[in-house]
Design a protein around this ligand. Structure first.
Ligand code: SF4
Ligand code: SF4
Length: 78
């Protein structure tokens, strides 16, 4: 199973919460914004989507984009 990680630099405020929460070290900071430097290492835990208050992160698997709300619902179910 593989995942795609997308970030919206217009929404990112550089809080670095996603870097702290991601155990797969997918994110790094560039010019005050988070970018996905190791997207192939994403395990789809959705912690970054849930923690990002700016809703700047989307994690995609088999063509399905998960919003903050969807991620929270999935985490409740799983
Ligand atoms: S948690 Fe969101 S706002 Fe904070 S650095 Fe990551 S992408 Fe940017
Ligand atoms: S879904 Fe999990 S493993 Fe993937 S980038 Fe977000 S926090 Fe890291």
């Amino acid at each position: 199973m593989s995942f795609e990680v997308e970030l919206d630099p217009r929404k990112c405020n550089g809080c670095e919460e996603c870097i702290e929460v991601c155990t797969a070290d997918v994110f790094d900071m560039r010019n005050g914004k988070s970018i996905a430097v190791n997207p192939k290492d994403c395990v789809g835990c959705l912690s970054c989507v849930e923690i990002c208050e700016q809703e700047a992160i989307a994690v995609e698997e088999t063509g399905v984009k998960l919003s903050n709300t969807c991620a929270a619902l999935l985490r409740d179910i799983l």
